[in-house]
Design a protein around this ligand. Structure first.
Ligand SMILES: Cc1ncc(COP(=O)(O)O)c(C=O)c1O
Length: 366
């Protein structure tokens, strides 16, 4: 007799993270995972180190220090915050709580791939709504709603496209959803956005009982290795998540570093300023090379390459990899002619721009 895997699990195409390394020796410019260009706050690193003496202790199962720090920072009730091992865990817990076999989980065509994976893992059916110009299309999402829809995920800004929709559009989406559908606004890149019409979903959670906002410490706070994410939820949703999450789901070093990272506003401001300068700089360079960078509100740029095989995304990827530069291929997102490039450290951004210039000029002379 062999083991019986639950139906649908073997249909899942496992999430393939961005590459970390390349064959051969020497440093690599890592631009594949939208990590912070400036690393973690020195205060967060100190707080992390201080937990070393207590590694034999279980962590606080309620992640109270982080929730209190977040509550203070955003003016929200700590009781309505649930922390997870990365926002990935939060997204998965939400699906596990609200969708199962026979239910549908709605998301946008080029939306974050964890959404369909989380849906399939629970036996629910992921349903993709088309986008317009690589932007979340509220009308298309609403059109795709059926009586089986239980959750609608919107990444705002979205990964890998970098596009966002306005707060008014998010409100219009919520207003059009049946009240038994949970709208999850995944605001992993919210701290990078300047646009006046942007909304992370935070104010919507205050007003509605079917909206959750998910956030992460992996991006601007530079703590991806520690796995710390959180959700701001209506009280009933927070109660549900607290019932099903692991009792000690967030390690103590992650909690300590997270609380310290929130307090180090100067470091966060430096990371934001770095992105504010290098994101437009890099996008402009791509335009000058005749490539197509999509407008981005986050810390990465999606660049479209021509179909000419000499100039294709596949050829560019190889060219960059040969120069020890690691962007992210996004064919799994239905974008085979694009690469997603993180606005990493200055040296990486400059090296990547220079290498792509060499690539484009070299192709012209072939
Ligand atoms: C849109 C989006 N949501 C969630 C995540 C997951 O982040 P975490 O590291 O907190 O699990 C990512 C990570 O790339 C992301 O791009």
């Amino acid at each position: 007799m062999s083991l019986i895997v639950r139906p649908g699990i073997l249909d899942i195409a496992a999430y393939v993270p961005g590459d970390h390394s390349l064959p051969g020796s020497g440093p690599v410019h890592r631009m594949a995972s939208n990590e912070s260009a400036l690393g973690a706050s020195p205060r967060a690193i100190d707080a992390y180190r201080e937990t070393a003496a207590e590694l034999h202790r279980y962590p606080d199962g309620t992640s109270k220090d982080v929730r209190v720090a977040l509550g203070k920072e955003y003016g929200i009730a700590p009781d309505q915050i649930v922390c997870g091992a990365g926002s990935d865990e939060i997204l998965q817990l939400l699906v596990r709580a609200y969708a199962g076999p026979g239910d549908e989980v709605l998301y946008s065509q080029h939306g974050f791939l964890v959404y369909p994976i989380a849906a399939q893992a629970c036996g629910a059916t992921p349903v993709k709504a088309p986008e317009r110009d690589l932007r979340t299309d509220v009308d298309a999402l609403l059109k795709a709603v059926t009586p089986k829809t239980r959750i609608c995920f919107v990444a705002n800004p979205n990964n890998p496209t970098g596009s966002y929709i306005s707060g008014a559009e998010l409100e219009r989406l919520r207003a059009g959803l049946p009240s038994n559908v949970l709208l999850v606004v995944d605001a992993a890149y919210a701290e990078y956005v300047d646009a006046d019409d942007y909304a992370s979903g935070l104010e919507m959670v205050k007003r509605h009982d079917n909206v959750v906002m998910a956030r992460t410490f992996s991006k601007i706070f530079g703590l991806a290795a520690l796995r710390l994410g959180w959700a701001y939820c209506p009280p009933a949703v927070a109660d549900v998540l607290n019932r099903i999450r692991g009792p000690f789901n967030v390690p103590a070093p992650a909690q300590a570093a997270g609380a310290a990272a929130i307090a180090d506003k100067a470091h966060t401001a430096r990371a934001k300023a770095h992105n504010d300068y290098w994101l437009p700089w890099f996008s402009q360079r791509m335009k000058e090379l005749g490539l197509h960078p999509y407008p981005s509100a986050a810390n990465f740029v999606l660049v479209k390459f021509p179909s000419d095989p000499k100039l294709s995304a596949e050829a560019a990827l190889k060219f960059l990899n040969d120069r020890r530069i690691l962007p992210r291929r996004v064919a799994a997102y239905g974008l085979p002619d694009c690469l997603r490039i993180t606005i990493a450290e200055e040296s990486a951004v400059k090296a990547c721009a220079a290498a792509l210039e060499e690539f484009v000029k070299g192709a012209a002379t072939q």
